[in-house]
Design a protein around this ligand. Sequence first.
Ligand code: HEC
Length: 269
Amino acid sequence: METKINSIEDLLLVILVILMIGISLVLIFVIAQTNNATKRLIAHKTGQEYEEFDLGKWWKKISGTTVSVKDEKAIMLHHDYDGIRELDNHLPPWWVNMFYLTIVFSVVYMLVYHVWDKAPLSAEEYELSMEKARKEMEVYQQKQGNSIDEKSVKLTLDDAGALANGKAIFDANCMACHGTAGEGTVGPNLTDEYWLHGGSIHDVFKTIKYGVPEKGMISWQSTIKPKDMQDVANFILSLQGSKPANGKAPEGEKYVADAAAVSDSAAVQ
Ligand code: HEC
């Protein structure tokens, strides 16, 4: 069940309720007027007595027979508990009726929330809105992820989740040519500081995205999502200096992080 936590929607609801109350009042007024007019017509035809609807009388009826404060002495009961005395006054009918309404409401509330489980309790409501937020975040991240390219790609070496995802992608797609630990087999060693196509995150992403088809490195952009390419690029950079066994001899140029801008422009031909 969808819950509304949106404040605009809450505001609209309040406005709607106020409007409904206003319209109801107008309706009551119109009905009373019509009623009076009908009575007047009938009285005119038949010559009978009639009683017009009177707002003042009507109000008296619902405000009840409550004794006012200045006349309270007359209805004070006789017993006295240390100066505390009881007053035998009637509650105004509008108040009593409201009280009955709360009883009816509590029964309905109880059935809806606790017996039929038709509406979520606060804890459940919290869970639902958290779930909704999680979904919205996922959609947002997906959008962000799909827009990653060699310019916007980021170093996420401190993100364990991203690295784990990168490793999974590496194991599934890259191990065959780059070795189980990136030590290099058909493809070059990815754990040393020497790179054929640059060692910045932008270079590595670019090599993965477009590949070096003439040298046997596949272009992955049609099979791996941008966010996943970012993750696998970061995973590769996390292997720097890991010195796996049987590491292939260095190829290419030594990459120095400070020279990022230079090697960026010297990426894939
Ligand atoms: C079919 C074999 C093969 C597969 C599979 C493969 N690669 Fe490669 N890769 C190569 C070869 C060969 C090269 C070297 C290209 C060259 O000589 O220019 C290379 C180069 C690279 C480079 C550049 C290294 C440098 O020194 O600049 C990176 C980064 C890379 N691969 C990442 C990956 C990733 C990530 C995957 C998996 C998604 C992958 N490769 C899958 C064969 C492969």
